[in-house]
Design a protein around this ligand. Structure first.
Ligand code: TXA
Ligand code: MG
Length: 325
């Protein structure tokens, strides 16, 4: 394309969204609401990554049947270091590819304030610094880490224009920031850098060749079979055994995890006293951890309705209850 056309298109794109829009979006995010925003790869469905309830709202809006961990977007590497532990490998990769379409999976810091739900209970976080100027402005304005999966409903393709997001999620978001069409159009590359040899978890717009030019060998997860971390055995399971569909009667050594207003008084914790599934999702991982820490041998969980976010909650609980190998 002629350069003047490229410039003109840039201009039109940047006009679609002004500073007032950015501050409105930042305010919504601080209030725990969802904002769709452009990145150089695809549009993201953003929420305050520090806020469990806001993050649960992402899963509800996408209608995701499980809790896949989400990517956290931050302004720069210094901000990333507030949340995750860097090693030499990650430093090298960040220097080479940030801001840009590379997502690094790194261990959560001991005092990491990010929602446990963004990690879907894992001890790691997928984090990246987006290059898109609007994403950068938004991160600057809200001064929050933003959890953002692609802004599509579960099972649909990732959106690369604001109109795509509008079609799928218009009624679920407080606002859609229009930054025109995404330049890259393919999701970021997800690389596990928690071990000495990096492992490619999801191929994306940064290629294997580009990665290997910087760090040498990159392993392919499962010999090329990219598994969703939600399916991996390493996925967080509590130390305690899980008993599902507990009716409220409790056996010796069990801790009862309640749900709803009919939970008996001896329920140690309640996922949601009002039976609100978003609240239950927001509490799920932290409550399982808390009961684990208290040394419960068995966590008996009251039934969760198999609807809306309940599907993802039950999926997670069923995995945790499955026999361990
Ligand atoms: O380009 C992109 O990456 C877009 C834009 C919006 O940034 N985001 C995106 O997010 O595609 P999402 O949630 O659709 O994909 C996140 C990917 C999934 O494959 C997920 O399993 C993986 O990252 N992931 C997230 N956290 C992880 C973790 N702690 N360990 C391993 N994989 C993780
Ligand atoms: Mg996606």
């Amino acid at each position: 394309m002629q350069q003047y056309l490229v410039d003109l298109l840039e201009k039109i794109h940047s006009m679609q969204c002004d500073d007032n829009d950015i501050s409105a979006a930042a305010q919504y995010l601080r209030e725990g609401r969802l904002v769709a925003f452009p990145t150089e790869t695809v549009y993201g469905l953003g929420a305050n990554a520090l806020d469990d309830t806001a993050v649960a709202g992402i899963y509800a809006a996408k209608n995701r049947p499980n809790f896949n961990p989400l990517i956290v977007h931050v302004k720069n590497i210094e901000h990333a270091k507030r949340y995750v532990v860097f090693n030499a490998l990650a430093e090298k990769l960040a220097a080479a590819f940030w801001p840009g379409a590379l997502t690094l999976v790194l261990p959560r810091k001991a005092d990491c304030p990010l929602s446990l739900l963004v990690s879907a209970g894992l001890d790691s976080v997928a984090i990246r610094v987006p290059a898109h100027p609007l994403a950068q402005k938004l991160l600057e304005a809200c001064d929050l880490p933003l959890a953002a999966p692609s802004a599509n409903r579960s099972g649909r393709v990732s959106p690369t224009t604001a109109a795509h997001v509008e079609e799928e999620l218009a009624d679920k978001v407080a606002m859609i920031l229009d930054g025109g069409a995404c330049k890259v159009g393919v999701e970021s590359t997800v690389l596990d850098t928690t071990a000495d040899t990096p492992t490619l978890l999801r191929p994306g717009s940064v290629t294997l060749e580009q990665l290997e030019a910087v760090v040498g060998r990159v392993a392919l997860s499962g010999g090329g079979n990219i598994k969703s971390p939600g399916m991996l055995e390493s996925h967080y399971a509590p130390n305690a055994q899980i008993r599902l569909n507990a009716d409220g009667t409790q056996e010796i050594g069990e801790a009862l995890l309640g749900f709803g207003s009919r939970a008996p008084l001896h329920a140690v914790l309640n996922l949601s006293k009002t039976g609100d599934l978003t609240e239950a999702a927001a509490n799920l991982f932290s409550m399982l951890r808390e009961l684990d820490k208290d040394g419960a041998k068995i966590i008996a969980v009251m039934p969760i309705p198999e609807e809306g976010l309940g599907v993802a909650i039950n999926d997670r609980l069923k995995r945790a209850a499955a026999p361990r190998g």
